[in-house]
Design a binder for this molecule. Structure first.
Ligand code: MG
Length: 291
């Protein structure tokens, strides 16, 4: 399944949907038409209701689509929002997870929840606040089931799905404050989307091409198999002694080619178009606005 959060042009209410064959199926409307089923107020709500609800929705959507009875809209006629617009907790992130391994344990940090924005939303900042905004394309993992001390071999049971994520970073703030949090946490600095692809449909998370373009020029291109610590070991490490919850979002690190690593360094400018793409998920495309 490819889950989205969408709104219609005539109604800004955010709804949970499924992308099937160029259409967005309105899961909330479909679910409410069935007596005795699950109510689906949002994608987060669906994730938190657990695998019984996911399986019920999957079968319901598949059946309605097959009979051509599913309430829905052409994908071009709706706005795709961040699939999880309001996280309950910060985005969990890992630094330096591509390139040469230094043999160290994963370095975890977080981004504030206010960073989340949609796959085509503008990213805005004030030039008084930062002048060194950088890109970091990353594979995002959405947790489906609560877990603590999850062994690597069982990690797949706890994953709901995958999304594209840009871990935008104000490098000057990151340095100035001596810690990652502030430079990573400006409003709109974490575009995600365009959908969440469930684990069964996504397949091996280590087999995917991952890339980022600025104004059509490729800046990052790699494969997820280049991760130093792959998702199963990352989640084993992160969940050790610390409970992960349904709807938690984990950013798995960015391949080489960020702006700060270039000579001379490159920073995003007003009007730049940044596109992040991961094979099997899709493209997020955000315009940079400097006020
Ligand atoms: Mg990052």
């Amino acid at each position: 399944m490819r889950y989205v959060t969408f709104s219609r042009p005539d109604d800004r209410t955010q709804r949970c949907g499924a992308l099937i064959g160029g259409r967005v199926i309105d899961i909330g409307a479909l679910a409410s038409s069935v007596a005795g089923g699950y109510a689906v107020a949002s994608l987060r709500d669906l994730i938190e209701q657990g695998s019984g609800a996911w399986n019920w929705v999957r079968d319901l959507v598949a059946g309605a689509a097959e009979r051509d009875e599913a309430p829905g809209y052409p994908v071009d006629s709706v706005a795709l929002c961040a699939p999880l617009p309001r996280l309950r907790r910060n985005v969990f992130c890992v630094a330096r997870n591509y390139g040469a391994s230094e043999g160290a344990a994963p370095m975890f940090f977080t981004k504030a929840t206010g960073t989340i924005c949609g796959p085509t939303d503008d990213v805005e900042w004030d030039r008084q606040v930062t002048g060194q905004v950088d890109w970091e394309i990353e594979l995002g993992i959405v947790i489906g089931q609560s877990g603590k001390d999850i062994p690597a071999a069982r990690v797949s049971e706890f994953i709901f799905g995958y999304t594209v994520l840009n871990d935008l970073t104000a490098r000057d703030l990151q340095r100035h404050h001596g810690q990652f949090f502030k430079g990573k946490s400006l409003d709109s600095f974490c575009p995600i989307g365009p959908c969440i692809v469930t684990s069964d449909e996504f397949g091996d998370p280590l087999s995917k091409a991952i890339s980022l373009r600025v104004n059509g020029v490729t800046k990052q291109h790699d494969y997820t198999r280049s991760m130093i610590t792959p998702p199963d070991a990352l989640i084993e490490s992160l969940s050790s002694g610390m409970t992960l919850l349904p709807g938690d979002l984990i950013a798995t690190g960015s391949p080489p080619g960020t702006g700060q690593s270039r000579t001379p360094p490159e920073w995003l400018q007003d009007g730049d178009i940044v596109e992040g793409e991961i094979e099997g998920i899709g493209v997020i495309r955000n315009r940079m606005i400097v006020r």
